[in-house]
Design a protein around this ligand. Structure first.
Ligand SMILES: NC(=O)c1ccc[n+]([C@@H]2O[C@H](COP(=O)([O-])OP(=O)(O)OC[C@H]3O[C@@H](n4cnc5c(N)ncnc54)[C@H](O)[C@@H]3O)[C@@H](O)[C@H]2O)c1
Ligand SMILES: [Mg+2]
Ligand SMILES: [Zn+2]
Length: 276
């Protein structure tokens, strides 16, 4: 949510408003962006799997058309969510990030995980419902810890084989059942680089809709151990001096914020603000 964008459960039976369409290649866009007059968009030959009322943008209702396949709409193209995260209006990115998470979840919860029968949308809360089991499934959110480990002027950064060439980032990993945030952080750092940490401090959080992570960001100090990289997960890990940093993650990511915040504090510069 943001100043311009708030989530809400809106009944698709009501008419009007804006709509976004999401297919396998991302969101439908034209020169004005990804928001289209809903009645116009629904007249296009789109292969709609489901429709969801997702919230308000500048006070106007917004709906998501989740598509089975990418079709052709004259004058329009497709744009992935990552592009919206990297550049352009952040409120629009927040709206589309939410739409993507709702679309993914609804697509993956069409059938009851308990009995296998078709589920239906309910319109007073964000849930899919199985009448047979009286079971509700809510949108999936996966808590992930992300941590900048520091040792004075040095910060510990690593590369996953999945990263853009040359980029180094903070360590991250998904929480497992039974863990606290701190347990998870200590385990992930141990698994990925075999380092021990102390003085864990919570910094802030960020929704990361790729596809449904909730990043909880921390700072921790080095407490011991030599770097041993986890095979397959970590391609390289090093201590970098704050004056000689490698290519870093995208400006709006919490990974980048954790790095920029520490460097600013170390160098006595103004502190950056985490994009909400
Ligand atoms: N916003 C940021 O700045 C930022 C930076 C780094 C990582 N991330 C995100 O943090 C998350 C975790 O990072 P990671 O990839 O290093 O995780 P990780 O170290 O836990 O390893 C990834 C592996 O975890 C497993 N996995 C996938 N989804 C899972 C889930 N929902 N629950 C449990 N295990 C799962 C898979 O085997 C996958 O290969 C990812 O979503 C990643 O995109 C965000
Ligand atoms: Mg990881
Ligand atoms: Zn069921």
């Amino acid at each position: 949510m943001s100043a311009r964008w708030t989530t809400a459960v809106l009944d698709p039976q009501i008419s009007g408003g804006w709509a976004v369409a999401r297919g396998p290649d991302g969101f439908l866009v034209d020169d004005n962006g990804a928001l289209f007059p809903r009645q116009w968009l629904k007249r296009q030959a789109l292969d709609v799997l489901s429709e969801h009322g997702i919230g308000h943008f500048d006070g106007e209702p917004v709906f998501l058309l989740e598509l089975r396949s990418a079709g052709e709409v004259a004058g329009c193209g497709w744009r992935g969510l990552r592009q919206f995260m990297l550049e352009g209006d952040f409120d629009t990115y927040k709206l589309l990030g939410y739409a993507a998470q709702i679309g993914t979840w609804a697509r993956e919860h069409r059938f009851c995980g308990s009995c296998g029968q078709a589920m239906t949308q309910i319109h007073w809360e964000r849930a899919m419902y199985c009448q047979h089991c009286d079971l509700r499934s809510y949108p999936r959110i996966s808590p992930s810890m992300i941590v900048l480990v520091t040792r004075g002027d040095e910060i510990l950064l690593a590369r996953s084989p999945r990263f853009v060439t040359g980029v180094y980032s903070t360590l991250a990993g998904f929480a497992e059942p039974g863990e606290s945030a701190e347990d998870c952080l200590v385990r992930e750092v141990r698994e990925e680089v075999a380092v021990e940490v102390k003085n864990i401090q919570y910094v802030g959080s960020q929704c990361w809709p790729f596809p449904h992570s909730m990043m909880l960001g921390f700072h921790a100090e080095y407490a011991g151990g030599e770097i041993v990289m986890q095979p397959d997960e970590i391609e390289d890990a090093q201590w970098f001096n704050v004056h000689a940093l490698p290519p870093l993650p995208a400006g709006r990511s919490i990974a980048r914020h954790l790095i920029d915040l520490y460097v600013a504090r170390r160098l006595g510069l103004p502190e950056p603000v985490l994009p909400g």
